[in-house]
Design a protein around this ligand. Sequence first.
Ligand code: AMP
Length: 602
Amino acid sequence: MSDQAAGRASLADLYPRIVKPRAASGAPANMPDYHQAHRTFTWEAARGLLDGLPGGRGLNIAHEAVDRHATGPHADRHALRWIGRGGGRRILTYRDLMIATNRFANTLRGLGVREGDSVFVLAGRIPELYIAVLGALKVKCVVSPLFSAFGPEPLMTRLDIGEGRVLVTTEPLYRRKVAAIRSQLPKLEHVILVPEDREAATEVPGTLDWRQVVEQQSPDFVIPPTSPEDRALLHFTSGTTGRPKGAIHVHEAVVTHHITGRYALDLHDDDIFWCTADPGWVTGTSYGIIAPLTNGVTSIVVEAEFDAATWYGVLQNERVSVWYTAPTAIRMMMKLGTDAVRGFDLSALRFLASVGEPLNPEAVIWGQQAFGKPFHDNWWQTETGGIMIANFVAMDVKPGSMGMPLPGIGAGIVRRNDDGGVSQIDEPMVEGELALKAGWPSMMRGYLHEEERYRKCFAGPWYLTGDLAMRDADGYYWFVGRSDDVIKSSGHLIGPFEVESTLMEHPAVAEAGVIGKPDPMAGEIVKAFVALNPGFSPSEALRRELLGHARKRLGAVVAPKEIDFSTGLPRTRSGKIMRRLLKARELGLPEGDLSTLEGDVR
Ligand code: AMP
C-alpha cells in the first residue's frame, strides 16, 4: 500500500461515520433506501422520468430543461435567479427562459448555423451564457462553454480543436483575449458580443451585437427531431501529454443529469438550488445549468467570485435549500471559523454537497458544526458527464470517503495487467485504479479527433478513470490520488504539458517540467522547473518575467505560481520529463524506481 493509501485507510478509523436518522424529517428522500434502489434501478426507468420531444421526436436536453416546464404548471416559476457582481438581479422564469433561448436559436438559424456546428461561449456567469448554451442545444449545435479566466493560449487551442464556428462572449473578454488570436481561427465565422453596459452603443469590427441580433428575433422555435445520440456538449479536459482532450457528450446525457439531480443532490420540486461552479468546467454545466432545470427547481447564479460573507448572504437571502460547492471554497470558509456563519439565518439549508477534489474529513465535519449538516462528498469527472459516486442523503456519511456508486453504475477497483487487460481487486482497502462499467447515458462518446486516446480509456467492460482509489468492506470508495501527472488546483484540472509548452515559448527557456505541489488550501498549486538556454542565467527578475509571461498567455488559474531554475530536468531514456521524480525531490520523498532515468540531472 502506498503512503498516500495508508493515510486514506487510517481516515476510516479516525473519523466516526455520521449516522443519518432513519426516520427523515421534512420531505422524504428521493432515494430512501440506497441498497434497494441499487437492486431495482434501470436506466429505462430513469429515462421514463423525462418527457421526450413532443410527438415522439426524440430527446433534447433543452426541451427537458426548459420547454417542458415553460409549457406546464412551472411556467412562472423562477428558473434562474441571477445575482450580479454589483448586486443587480435578473430573474428568468421558465417561460422567460424558453422565449430567450428560442430567440437565440432563431439567431443561429438566421446566421446559417447548422446542427452539429460548434458554438463556444466565453463569459462570466451572466444570464446570456445560460441562454446561449440552451438555445444552441435547441438547434442541435455542439456547445462548449469556456472558462473566462483562461488566457488567449488555452482559448485558442480549445476553439481550434473544437472548430468553433460561433463564439458568444462579452466585449471586454473579446478585446482582451480573443481579438489578437482571431486571425488564427479561420473557422470562427461569427462572434456575438454581449455588451457590458446594456445602454451604451458599441461597435467592435468583425462582431455582432447581442442586442441587435438576438433580442429582435421571434420568440417561437420548434426544436427539430433529436436523436439521443446526437452530439450536444463538448468539454475540454487535460491529460498528461499533448493537447487538451475534447470530451463529447450527447443529448442522452440528460438522463444522468436528471437522475443524479434527484438522487445525489436530492432535488425536490420546491428547492432553491445553488451550484457554485462555473459553467466553464463540467460541474457548472451539468449541475449549474442542466440538472436543476430538468428537475424544475429554482437555480441561483452568482456572478461574483468567492467571498465567504457574500456567499452566506446569498444562502440566507435566497433561502437556498440545496447547495453544491467545492473543497477549496469550504476550506476557505473553515479558515474564517464558524463564528462568521452565526449571524446568518441559514435555516432553509437542507442538503450540502461537494465535488471536484478530495474533501478532507475535517471539512465534512466542519459542515456539521457550521451549518448543522455535513458536506456530502461526491465524485465524477468530465468524461463521466455526471455524478458517479456519492454520499447519498439517506446514507450514513463516512468523512473522507467519496461514497457509493450511483444506482445503475457498476464500479470497481482494478489493477492493470501487462497484457493490456485489467483484473479486479476484491479485497477491501487495497489500492488500485477506479474503474466503471461502461455504458451509462452521460458517458463521453469520444475525445474529439483523438480515437486512440479514447480507446486507451477502456479495458474489456471497464472505463478506466485514471484515479487511484480503494473500496472498504461496506462498499464506500476512498480517493487515493491521480494515476498520472495531471494537476488539480482549486478544483481545476490542469495539464502540465500545456503549461510546459507555454513556458518553452519564452526565449530563455530550454526545457520545462511542471508538477502539482501540495497546498493546504488549493489542494495543489502549479509549480514549474525550468532549465535555461545558453546566454541566460537565473535571477529574480527572470523568474518574475517567466511568471508574467505564463500568466499573460495562460491566465491566472493555469499559470504556475512558483518557478524554480534547474540546470537540467530528469528525463526517461525515451526523452519524457520525469515529473514524478521532480515531485518526489520537491517533497523530499523517496525517488522510487529510477531505472528508466537518462543520466542524473538535477
Ligand atoms: P474534472 O474532469 O475536471 O471534473 O476532474 C475530475 C477529477 O477530479 C477526477 O478524476 C478526480 O481526480 C478529481 N475529483 C473529482 N471529484 C473528486 C472527489 N470527490 N474526491 C477526490 N477527487 C475528485
